[in-house]
Design a protein. Structure first.
Ligand code: FAD
Ligand code: EPU
Length: 341
């Protein structure tokens, strides 16, 4: 197979800095390489920036490391700019570039690590915006059929940290390699400043009517304050989903814990803050072996050096147990957990 390497160390390719090796590895800089490798390997994993990944073992298959570059204005009409980017483009650089071109709309998603191609997989979201709201379509190569397929927003079935790729388990099969994503950035732009941290940060800067660059700067500042830089303290961002629970459960918890953050969802349920639950369960800034829950944001599991998948599993289970015992709420892991194949 074209330029395929063997027995590659995955340590530099996952931001939680867990050990692991790939039996086979291909750096994909052009979509046509995918067609060459489609039929060869039964076990595949499609890797972007490795920032939402927990490696639990060596991977006995083919890792396709997406590095397709390119970004351009694909079209424009009276309502919107349509901007296209290659799957391997760095997400934050891409957001910055759109803002520099004068196409606002992605600023609330500034500084999220990883690649453009991974963004639709879990419908990345932050500070009052989800990718789904700015998504137009994507192109993916189906490694099973050898076909190139286009997905529009409806076909992606986006939800909270969710998409059809996860719902169907395709992300673990390595079935669809996303090669490019097109965004729809509406010309009727309005700053999204309802998220508490964003509103507070802008107020502290005495900004009443922010432009997109100012919103981006506020989001970057908030993130730099709260979230560990993976280059310095290895992590995979939020380690658990924020649990979405029935209103009856939320009300019962609120009666016992009146200060608990609780957000109504459009389906009538309530979203709880996992970080708050973990902090209340005594895990904020607490380590178990070489891993721990971050001192400035209890939802982020950090590897303080030399941590293994077994260390991560032990801590994950201890946090889940204590939150379950204290609140009766089940926490589910947010990153992708990758086994041997
Ligand atoms: P990877 O970790 O490499 O892969 C993630 C999944 O996507 C895997 O299933 C993989 O198979 C699949 N995948 C990757 N590329 C492709 C492709 N081209 N085609 C098909 N499948 C692909 N996420 C948020 O939503 N909001 C946040 O605010 C946020 N903050 C974070 C902060 C920190 C400090 C960190 C470390 C992570 C954070 N994350 C956040 C999680 C992470 O940044 C996102 O999930 C990101 O989209 C992952 O991109 P990646 O390229 O690193 O993907
Ligand atoms: N909180 C605590 N203690 C903590 C952490 C949080 O009490 O240690 C409370 C906060 O005070 C706040 C609430 O929990 O009332 C929510 O906290 P925050 O605004 O920091 O956001 P989050 O719910 O913890 C989610 C996403 C993040 C995203 C931020 C901003 C999930 C799983 N996480 O975190 O995404 O950046 O909102 O929108 O939805 C990621 O997915 O990796 C990620 C970092």
């Amino acid at each position: 197979m074209h330029n395929c390497l063997t027995d590659i160390d995955l340590f530099p390719f996952n931001t939680l800095a867990l050990p692991g090796r790939a039996a086979r590895y291909l750096r994909v800089t052009e979509a046509k390489q995918l067609a060459d490798s489609a039929l060869g390997d039964r076990y595949r994993f499609i890797l972007g920036g490795g920032s939402n990944l927990v490696l639990t073992d060596d991977f006995d298959g083919l890792v396709l490391h997406m590095a397709i570059s390119g970004r351009e204005l694909a079209g424009e009409d009276a309502e919107a700019w349509y901007v296209r980017a290659g799957a391997g483009e760095n997400w934050h650089d891409f957001v910055q570039w759109t803002l520099a071109q004068g196409w606002p709309g992605l600023e609330n998603l500034s500084l999220i690590p990883g690649t453009v191609g991974a963004a639709p997989i879990q419908n990345i979201g932050a500070y009052g915006l989800e990718l789904a709201e700015r998504f137009h379509s994507l192109v993916a190569f189906d490694m099973n059929s050898g076909q190139t397929v286009r997905f529009d927003a409806k076909a992606c079935r986006f939800g909270y940290r969710d998409s059809v790729f996860k719902q169907e388990g395709w992300h673990l099969e390595g079935r669809f390699a996303i090669t490019e994503v097109t965004f729809r950035l509406p010309k009727a732009w309005q700053a999204l400043t309802r998220y508490r941290d964003v509103a507070d940060e802008l107020a502290s800067r005495n900004i009443v009517d922010p432009d997109a660059q100012q919103v981006a700067a506020a989001v970057v500042a908030i993130r730099q304050r709260k979230l560990p830089d993976p280059a310095l303290i290895p992590n995979a961002g939020s380690f658990f989903h924020n649990p979405v629970v029935d209103v009856v459960i939320a009300d019962r918890l609120l009666a016992a814990h009146p200060g608990m953050p609780c957000y109504p969802q459009t389906d009538g349920r309530r979203k709880l803050a996992a970080g708050w639950l973990i902090e209340q369960a005594g895990w904020k800034g607490r380590d178990l072996g070489p891993v721990g829950m971050y001192e400035k944001q209890a939802l982020v599991l950090v590897n303080r050096g030399g941590g293994t998948a077994a260390d991560v599993a032990k801590l994950m289970q201890a946090v889940q147990r204590d939150v379950r015992e204290k609140f009766g709420v089940e926490l589910t892991p947010e990153p992708i957990i990758l086994g041997a194949h």
